[in-house]
Design a protein around this ligand. Sequence first.
Ligand code: Y12
Ligand code: CO
Length: 175
Amino acid sequence: MKLSIVEYPNKKLREKSIIVEKFDKELHKLLDAMYPIMMNTNGIGLAAIQVSHAKQVLILNLPDEEDNQPIDNLIEMINPVITNKNGETTYQEGCLSVPTFYEDIIRAESLSVNYQDRDGNTKTLEANGLLSIAIQHEVDHLNGILFIDKLTSSRRRKFEKEYKRMQKEKKNSKK
Ligand code: Y12
Ligand code: CO
């Protein structure tokens, strides 16, 4: 399965992803294809809509203490539902669909999430810190929400200006 990352301002990123009902070979192929694309682009989280598949599917692979991302740390979440959020934390977020832009975003410090694994087994995970932030960021993607939507209006305007300039430069450098 050949996948490529959709970048802002592509409207695809605004689509709401649909619930997965079949835990079949097709789903496994999608998950298996998402992993290398995330790793090859230095990502720690990726939602299926970022590779043009509007399904409630996301993967996470957070770095360990040595900054490695062993495959044992890979979490695949299908149909995730956040059930409980607590506290507040700020983290400088980035997104593979909004390259080169990082900004402080306020989110819940800890949460509970119910989801299914690739075989349809129901799971619950309690998360805090970076994992909690990553889950909230990726679940937002499933609802068509991007981290830049959480910026203040003045910061958002600045972002749009900087991003447009960056895209123009990118286009010109390819000529
Ligand atoms: C905390 C905050 C945000 C998340 C969501 C997952 N975000 C990412 O995985 C972001 C990855 C990223 C990687 C980049 O590197 C390359 O594209 C090679 C990157 O660099 C550039 O844009 C140049 C930007 C973002 C989880 C936890
Ligand atoms: Co993202």
